[in-house]
Ligand binder design. Structure first.
Ligand code: HAM
Length: 421
């Protein structure tokens, strides 16, 4: 019978690779705790309306890339293409903004986008994201950027750059949109169909259209930074000063406009040289209007998300530190039926005392058991036979150098812990 294959653009993460994911996730959790961010989890699917209203119904993500479906009651739902809208929905639903502010949250989630798969671009992918609510202080922007940079440094990457821009508030944006529309109208016929529609409704989305023709046409378009109002300019300058004071290098990049509608003021991306076309490891920015747009009180907010597949690609390309995969501390081999029984009892007991241990369940000969122990990269092995059981004593053999340590069978855990010191 024909085998069923995984859906294009999705990936299994196999046991042999899992230690790399634990490494990234552990690093995220440790850093977030150090920065005072708390974890939040929320559903993989939400009402389509949340993303249409939150992310924006003229964005590529919502218009072209969202997986939508109807449930049996005819309600329109979507797999989350990103995390911000879901977090805002959850924060409002549970009145979290009435507590102590700023509210600093993070998440590790899967996201779904129906894009054309290529290296670094998938249909199911993983994000680490953060969202902070309640502060409009540019120093908060700097803290969020510093968390992104810290993560990238903590996993050992050196070849990355922080790209910074400000796309202003609705006031600056309306003046800018007029100038941009004027520029685009002259090129309208050459734009793709979707962008011809966007031109009048949301001209900024033309700037991040993925079609190479549209990308070419927008070269030389007016840049938003020239249209910033006084407040937005001051905010942006203050952020830059704080980043300089913190020693975080960045480059100003007019092209960073982000592909999602909710952004205001600060936007940033962290790019790597190792990723080719999909060079962005991490992107985010301020979204001071979104909470209100989704039914809450006006609340300033800022966040970012990093793609974990892309982060891992960079770690591997830069040969950054990856911890060794987990291996058993002890392999218990047996010879004879009585020792076979005792081995089960012993490993159960040792596991209870915090020792990771393994044994054979395939009826292997003693020689084959030792080969298996080698394959598992066990740190120590111990052979149990009638003689060892009778004496209540055996030998722990350190596989790295072959050294043996005598051990009483009721003191294996203590002895192992002592040798390891
Ligand atoms: P985003 O730029 O759409 O932002 O995605 C963030 C990161 O997710 C990207 O920089 C990239 O590393 C990864 N990513 C996006 N699409 C794919 C894909 N198809 N395959 C693999 N990785 C991908 C957001 O999602 C915003 N919610 C970030 C944010 C949070 N802004 C404020 N708060």
């Amino acid at each position: 019978m024909e085998k069923i294959r995984a859906i294009k653009g999705t990936h299994d993460i196999l046991p042999e690779e899992m230690f790399k994911w634990y490494h990234m996730e552990d690093t995220v959790r440790q850093l977030c705790s150090r920065f005072g961010f708390e974890e939040i989890r929320f559903p993989v699917f939400e009402y389509t309306d949340l993303f249409a209203r939150g992310v924006g119904d003229t964005t590529d993500v919502v218009q072209k890339e969202m997986y939508t479906f109807e449930d049996k009651g005819g309600r329109r739902m979507a797999l989350r293409p990103e995390g911000t809208a879901g977090v805002v929905r959850s924060v409002l639903e549970h009145s979290l903004l009435t507590g102590v502010l700023p509210l600093k949250l993070f998440y590790l989630i899967t996201c779904y986008r129906n894009e054309n798969p290529q290296a670094g671009r998938y249909r199911e992918f993983h994000q680490f994201g953060t969202e902070v609510f309640g502060s409009s202080d540019p120093k908060m922007d700097a803290e969020v950027i510093s968390l992104a940079v810290s993560l990238i440094r903590a996993v050992g990457l050196k070849h990355f750059s922080v790209h910074l821009n400000s796309i202003g508030c609705p006031t600056c944006r309306s003046r800018y949109n007029e100038a941009l529309k004027e520029f685009l109208r002259e090129r309208k016929d050459a734009l793709c169909h979707t962008c011809q529609d966007r031109l009048e409704r949301n001209p900024m989305r033309v700037l991040d259209c993925k079609s190479p023709e549209c990308q070419k046409l927008v070269e030389g378009a007016p840049v938003l930074r020239d249209f910033l109002c006084e407040e937005c300019r001051e905010h942006f300058e203050s952020l830059q000063e704080t980043l300089r004071a913190m020693g975080i290098d960045f480059v100003l990049n007019d092209k960073i406009v982000r592909g999602l509608d909710y952004y205001t003021k600060t936007v940033f991306e962290i790019k790597s040289e190792h990723l080719g076309a999909q060079s962005t490891i991490c992107g985010g920015g301020r979204y001071d209007g979104l909470v209100e747009q989704l039914g809450g009180k006006p609340t300033p907010a800022i966040g970012f998300a990093a793609g974990l597949e892309r982060l891992l690609m960079c770690i591997e390309a830069e040969q950054a530190f990856l911890p060794q995969p987990q291996r058993p501390q002890l392999f218990v081999a047996y010879l004879g039926e009585e020792a076979n029984q005792f081995a089960s009892k012993l490993i159960y007991q040792l596991r209870g005392e915090g020792i990771s241990c393994q044994r054979d369940y395939m009826g292997r000969s003693l020689k084959a058991q030792m080969k298996y122990a080698d394959k598992l990269s066990a740190e120590f092995t111990m052979v149990l036979g009638d003689d060892e059981l009778e004496r209540g004593q055996a030998a722990l053999r350190r596989m790295a150098d072959g050294q043996e340590f005598p051990v009483r069978l009721d003191e294996v855990a203590q002895q192992l812990k002592q040798i390891a010191q």
